[in-house]
Design a protein around this ligand. Structure first.
Ligand code: ZN
Length: 83
């Protein structure tokens, strides 16, 4: 029972986290996002881009999106620096 609850919490906690494909670095399509948003760390998500079709675990999809967002924030900061 406890295990089941922990599993449900894990799925719920990350449901709004962005997903990027770790292979082609593209954002998940709306369809892939719907399919992948409730996956736990080790469950696979398949990229639906014709040129990619790679399968990676959900944690890698979330890490790829996190890395992109960090980079976008840094680029915005750099653009604001005086020259
Ligand atoms: Zn891909």
């Amino acid at each position: 029972m406890r295990r089941w609850l922990a599993d449900m919490f894990e799925r719920w906690k990350h449901r709004n986290d962005p997903l990027d494909c770790p292979a082609c670095k593209e954002k998940a399509s709306p369809r892939t996002f719907l399919r992948g948003r409730y996956k736990t760390v080790s469950e696979p998500i398949a990229c639906d881009r014709e040129s990619c079709k790679q399968i990676n675990s959900a944690v890698l999809w979330r890490a790829a999106a996190f890395t992109r967002i960090q980079r976008e924030i840094l680029e915005r900061e750099v653009a604001r620096l005086p020259r």
